[in-house]
Design a protein around this ligand. Structure first.
Ligand code: NAD
Length: 337
C-alpha cells in the first residue's frame, strides 16, 4: 500500500486459542502487505514487580510507545491466583472505553438479519475495580467504584462515537433503581453529556429489561453505553444474536489515540490447540485497528474478504456449524482477498 510508512504495533498472541488466531492475522496481513511491523509480547511466567502482574513492564511500554496494538485473549484463573491480565492492561494503560460493534454477517443466517449494535463499556472501574476482601470469616466484600471522572469520560466517548458514525440513539443501561448511588451517578453523568447532543435520542433502560428487549427485537437499540460489568454481559448477549463469540471484535480506547483491539471472546480452553478456533473476531479486531490508523484500504480489503468467505458458505468453522479448521478458513480468506 503505497504512501504509508511502516507502523509498529504491539501484538499479544495471548493464551489458549490466542496464538492460533494471532497467526491467522499475521498471515492475512502479510498476504495484503499491510505496512505493520509487529512487536510480539508474551505474558510472563513471574509477577513483574512494576506492574504487579504477569504482564511485564516492557510489554506495557511497547503499547505506550507504539500507541496501537492487537491482543489475543488472556486467561484469568477463577476465584484464585493472580490479578487479571486484562484488568492490568486496561487500568495501567488508561483504556477507558471498550467499543464492541455487533453486526449481522451477511449470508450467515441467525434469528435476526439486521443486527447493528454498538456496545460501549466503561473499562476501568465498577465491579472490576479489583477491590475485594474478607470482612470476617464467611463474609466477603467487593467494592463497586463509580467515579464522575470515568463516567463522564465514557459517556463523552459514546455520544461522540454516535455522532461521528451517524447513529441516532444512545441508551444508557443501568440498575439505578437498586444501586441508587453508583449507577445513579453513572446516569447523572450520561444525562449531562446527552444535553450537549440534542440531535441524538437519549434514553435510560434498566439492565434486566434491556436483556429482554435485546433478545426480542435488537433493532430497538443503536448505541448502548454502560458500566463495566453490564457491558461485559450485554456484549456477549449481543454476540449471540449474530452467531456467537467467534464473530465479534472490540477496541479498547485510551487517551491520545492509544488503542488496543481484541476479540470479545476468551481463551476457549475447550478447543485450544485443536485448530478449531474461528479467527474472524480477531481478524475483525485487526480491521478495527487498521481503520483506527486510517489505513482504510487494507482494512476494507480484509473486511470484504472475511465477509465473502463466510457468505460463500463453504468455509464455516465449527462454531458456525461447519467443519473448516482455523488454518483452512484463514487460507480461504487469503484466497478471497
Ligand atoms: P470463552 O469466550 O473463552 O469461551 C466461551 C465459548 O465460546 C466456548 O465454548 C468457546 O469454545 C467458544 N469460543 C470462544 N471464542 C471462540 C472462537 N474464536 N472460535 C470458536 N469458538 C469460540 O469464555 P470462557 O470459557 O468463559 O473463558 C475462558 C478464559 O478466557 C477464562 O480464563 C477467562 O477469564 C478468559 N477470558 C479472557 C478474555 C480476554 O482476554 N479479553 C475475555 C473473556 C474471557
Amino acid at each position: 500500500f503505497s504512501g504509508a510508512g511502516t507502523i509498529r504495533a504491539t501484538l499479544f498472541p495471548g493464551d489458549g486459542i490466542g496464538p492460533e488466531i494471532a497467526k491467522a492475522v499475521k498471515q492475512v496481513f502479510s498476504a495484503v502487505q499491510v505496512p505493520i511491523e509487529w512487536e510480539e509480547h508474551y505474558v510472563g511466567t513471574v509477577v513483574d514487580p512494576k506492574t504487579g502482574s504477569f504482564i511485564t513492564w516492557n510489554s506495557m511500554e511497547s503499547v505506550r510507545q507504539c500507541g496501537i496494538g492487537l491482543k489475543g485473549p488472556m486467561a484469568t484463573p477463577i476465584g484464585k491466583g493472580h490479578k487479571s491480565l486484562n484488568l492490568t492492561l486496561r487500568k495501567e494503560l488508561g483504556l477507558y472505553a471498550n467499543v464492541r460493534p455487533c453486526l449481522s454477517i451477511p449470508g450467515y443466517k441467525t434469528r435476526y438479519d439486521d443486527v447493528d449494535l454498538i456496545t460501549i463499556r466503561e473499562n476501568t472501574e465498577g465491579e472490576y475495580s479489583g477491590l475485594e476482601h474478607q470482612v470476617v470469616r464467611g463474609v466477603v466484600e467487593s467494592l463497586k467504584i463509580i467515579t464522575r471522572q470515568a463516567s463522564i469520560r465514557v459517556a463523552e466517548y459514546a455520544f461522540h462515537y454516535a455522532k461521528l458514525h451517524g447513529r441516532k440513539r444512545v441508551s444508557a443501561i443501568h440498575k439505578a433503581n437498586i444501586m441508587k448511588k453508583t449507577d445513579g451517578l453513572f446516569l447523572q453523568c450520561c444525562r449531562e453529556v446527552a444535553e450537549k447532543y440534542p440531535d441524538l435520542v437519549y434514553e435510560e433502560v434498566i439492565i434486566d429489561n434491556c436483556c429482554m428487549m435485546l433478545v426480542k427485537n435488537p433493532a430497538l437499540f443503536d448505541v448502548l453505553v454502560m458500566p463495566n460489568l453490564y457491558g461485559d454481559i450485554i456484549s456477549d448477549l449481543c454476540a449471540g444474536l449474530i452467531g456467537g463469540l467467534g464473530l465479534t471484535p472490540s477496541g479498547n480506547i485510551g487517551d491520545n489515540g492509544l488503542a488496543l483491539m481484541e476479540a470479545v471472546h476468551g481463551t476457549a480452553p475447550d478447543i485450544a490447540g485443536k485448530n478449531m478456533a474461528n479467527p474472524t473476531a480477531l481478524l475483525l479486531s485487526s480491521v478495527m485497528m487498521l481503520k483506527h490508523l486510517k489505513m482504510n484500504e487494507p482494512a476494507e480489503k480484509i473486511h470484504k474478504s472475511i465477509l465473502k468467505t463466510i457468505a460463500d458458505g463453504k468455509w464455516r468453522t465449527f462454531d458456525l456449524g461447519g467443519s473448516t479448521s482455523c488454518s483452512d478458513y484463514t487460507k480461504a480468506v487469503i484466497d478471497n482477498l
